[in-house]
Design a protein around this ligand. Structure first.
Ligand code: FAD
Ligand code: NAG
Ligand code: NAG
Ligand code: NAG
Ligand code: NAG
Ligand code: NAG
Ligand code: NAG
Ligand code: NAG
Ligand code: NAG
Ligand code: NAG
Ligand code: NAG
Ligand code: NAG
Ligand code: NAG
Length: 588
């Protein structure tokens, strides 16, 4: 009797222990082929099973080995648009790979296998893919994944920096092919009181990307606040808005999330709902900065649009003849930084190799703010007077529209000036990033300490995206960290490694990048400072505080109500403190 009680309870415990993990291919709980077939028959496109990594065609040991296909894919695999368009790649190759649990190697599928017996490893590439073209595809997949306790992931463009669009043994919702967009001059959120005036807006499905959307908006003579990168491949309706969305236009019009009038979303329960300031308001708050896909799959995002006005761009490059001279130049820039932003400039100020670049944008041509010119000229003149500093470019260009500036500097960069973003935005590589939202006051109070911090960053891409309309918005109106409301520049740092790096070498690069930001963490600690969730540090310890400040407890409460079984759990996402790094098993 006693014996049998013990057996029963230890079996129950074992069963419970099993339930703590997601059900992966090969596990007894994993759905049979027949069950997958049933799911497939409910989808708009054939279910993709046994998906292999991009490089698998290059391996003699692979069933799909094909030397011709290998050499074709080798030629295009590094292209950002190509990596967006296929379900078996993300932008950063390291997230397709996985450290071995048993030896000191990285299991991946590089394009240059040595010898016939080398294996292509699945790594973190999902083996099942739902090629989403309509909302019902998402609903059916969510119900299926929920019923079978599967590891469900969402890949849109794959630009994310912690590997969250992929996962070990996962099933992928591939949203790239949802490409609809719709402009209107009279958008009224669902559930708004009768008589609410219509707004200029655009509604986008998740697969729409910023480059094409800017062009469509320009054709409608409107402008949208969106992400800025070479090629325009970042998505407009997935991770960017879910992470908060910062833009060169943010100082004029607010963060991406401050411009969102409505989302539609499929919840972990499988229901498809509308959320805005009138309906499902907790969800609306959480989705605006809480991070994708923690609260469900966004099926449409409606952004306010703005008038299509002219812009003035300023391009500047200065080289310092030594690191000491760079320190002096950097400190000088810091003392001018807030004044430059306050007088109407936004933009990038990358630096590397003792060279400082400015790529700035002001509204109007000439700038609408009469102080814009003088503030910048004052920095230029002072910088040229620093012994050892050579101002090699100092150019002001009038652009008739935002899109013309974007086109010339980010789509066809042969028409651009100064820092070359086509070179800076390379993809198909292995990368670690970090960033810090620096409280604006530090630029006035600690310009020398900040300059020393800049000196420690090898390849920096600071982005002036705060102040102005960002600072004027109620910090508690959206989930995004309140630190956004008191910063001006987001300081980003990156480090890379190659396919032969060992796990220790990779960890060392991640540590280096994190250490580069450390002085900023010390100078502007949480909650005044913070980290941009779309530029996350892999080893950030207090990620909850860094991403969300004092908004985290409310986010966690909403997460537990909406996704009680953690169907959508991702590394360093809301409630992931209870999961292992690959978010396969619960740890508490
Ligand atoms: C070259 C470059 C330039 C960038 N420029 C900027 C910039 O100017 N401003 C800025 O703010 N950020 C910028 N970013 C960062 C970018 O915003 C993030 O990488 C963002 O997460 C990308 O979202 P995505 O939908 O395009 O990509 P994905 O990697 O596919 O998705 C990102 C995350 O969102 C989830 N997700 C995707 N689709 C959905 C959906 N429909 N519903 C719910 N969750 C979803 C994914 O699971 C993943 O966790 C840049 C990145 C790069 C590489
Ligand atoms: C390392 O371990 C993986 C399994 O985790 C195995 O496939 C691979 O062959 C091993 N590599 C070496 C060099 O032992
Ligand atoms: C590959 O494996 C086969 C079969 O095990 C073996 O005969 C052959 O020698 C191996 N080739 C190499 C280059 O290791
Ligand atoms: C997904 O479906 C679309 C629409 O039918 C199709 O064009 C595309 O090739 C499919 N993608 C994959 C990877 O099967
Ligand atoms: C575009 O928006 C209008 C007005 O909101 C709506 O009636 C129409 O169905 C939408 N079209 C698409 C393709 O979404
Ligand atoms: C485009 O919009 C701008 C700003 O509202 C306006 O000045 C301009 O006349 C418009 N152009 C066209 C062709 O309608
Ligand atoms: C114009 O710039 C000055 C500082 O140079 C600033 O104080 C003022 O607020 C700006 N005006 C507007 C409308 O932004
Ligand atoms: C810095 O200079 C070195 C040596 O000239 C060069 O190899 C490197 O690419 C430069 N770094 C950047 C980010 O331009
Ligand atoms: C300021 O105005 C002068 C005169 O119009 C112009 O030459 C210069 O390029 C402007 N400077 C900036 C930074 O816009
Ligand atoms: C920048 O250019 C303007 C006009 O071309 C010139 O008057 C000014 O001296 C330059 N400033 C610096 C610092 O080179
Ligand atoms: C940099 O330029 C300054 C001023 O011309 C000069 O005094 C200094 O020696 C130079 N340093 C180097 C390393 O060339
Ligand atoms: C400044 O840079 C320009 C362009 O690279 C170069 O021609 C010039 O000699 C440099 N001047 C000094 C003082 O180094
Ligand atoms: C920037 O780099 C791209 C790609 O290498 C090149 O095509 C373009 O001409 C460059 N632009 C400038 C202004 O040098």
């Amino acid at each position: 009797m006693l014996f049998s009680f013990l057996v029963t309870s230890s079996l129950a415990l074992a069963a419970k222990a099993l339930q703590k993990c997601k059900c992966l291919p090969g596990d007894p709980c994993f759905p049979s082929a027949a069950k997958w077939n049933t799911l497939s028959s409910s989808l708009s496109q054939p279910l993709i099973t046994n998906q292999t990594p991009l490089g698998s065609v290059c391996y003699r040991s692979s069933s799909n080995f094909n030397a011709g296909a290998c050499s074709s894919v080798q030629k295009i695999e590094a292209g950002a648009d190509f990596r967006v368009s296929v379900p078996n790649a993300v932008q950063w190759v390291n997230w397709e790979e996985l450290p071995s649990a048993t030896n000191n190697t990285i299991l991946g599928c590089p394009f240059d296998p040595q010898g016939p017996n080398v294996t292509c490893h699945q790594g973190r590439v999902p083996s099942y893919v739902v090629n989403v073209t309509r909302i019902e595809d998402i609903v059916e997949t969510i119900k299926f994944a929920s019923a079978h306790n599967l590891h469900l992931v969402v890949k849109n463009t794959g630009h994310e920096n912690l590997g969250r669009p992929f996962g070990v043994g996962s099933v992928e919702l591939f949203t790239h092919n949802m490409q609809g967009s719709n402009f209107t001059d009279s958008f009224v959120p669902k559930g708004a009181p009768h008589g609410t005036p219509g707004a200029y807006a655009v509604t986008v499905e998740p697969g729409v990307q910023w480059g094409p959307l800017y062009e469509l908006a320009d054709a409608k003579n409107r402008t949208v606040v969106g992400g800025i990168g070479a090629g325009g491949t970042v998505g407009a309706g997935g991770g960017w808005p879910a992470g908060g969305g910062h833009s060169i236009l943010s100082p004029f019009y607010g963060l991406g999330v401050d411009n969102i009038l409505q989302f539609t979303v499929v919840l972990p329960s499988g229901s498809h709902v509308t959320t805005n300031k009138y309906e499902n308001t907790d969800l609306f708050w959480a989705l605006r900065g809480g991070g994708g896909p923690s609260f469900g799959v966004i099926t449409s995002t409606t952004y306010r649009t703005h008038p299509n006005i002219p812009y003035t761009a300023a391009f500047y490059v200065a080289t310092a003849n030594s690191s000491d001279t760079f320190l002096a130049l950097a400190e000088l820039f810091n003392t001018h930084h807030n004044a430059i932003a306050d007088s109407g400039w936004a933009g990038f100020w990358p630096f590397n190799n003792n060279t400082l670049y400015l790529t700035l944008l002001a509204q109007g041509s000439p700038p609408v703010n009469a102080s814009s010119n003088a503030t910048l000229e004052s920095f230029y003149a002072a910088s040229a007077a620093v012994p050892g500093v050579n101002v090699t470019l100092n150019l002001t260009v009038a652009y008739p529209t935002f899109f013309s500036w974007y086109h010339d500097n980010f789509l066809d960069s042969s028409l651009g000036f100064g820092y070359n973003y086509s070179v800076g935005d390379a993809t198909g590589i292995r990368i670690a990033v970090s960033s810090w939202l620096v409280p604006r006051d530090l630029f006035d109070s600690h310009p020398a300490d900040l300059a020393k911090a800049w000196q420690g960053i090898g390849n920096a891409r600071p982005f002036m995206v705060g102040g102005g309309a960002v600072a004027a918005t109620d910090p508690d109106s959206a989930a995004v960290t309140p630190a956004f409301r008191t910063m001006i520049s987001d300081i980003g740092a990156t480090g890379t490694w190659d396919e032969n790096a060992t796990p220790e070498e990779i960890q060392a690069v991640r540590q280096t990048v994190s250490d580069q930001i450390e002085p900023l963490r010390q100078l502007g600690p949480i909650p005044a400072g913070g980290q941009y969730i779309n530029e996350p540090d892999y080893i950030e310890k207090n990620w909850q505080g860094a991403y969300w400040g004092d908004h985290y407890p409310r986010l966690l409460k909403i997460k537990k109500a909406i996704d009680p079984n953690d169907l959508f759990i991702v590394y360093k996402g809301v409630n992931s403190e209870a999961w292992d790094e690959q978010v396969v098993c619960k740890t508490v």
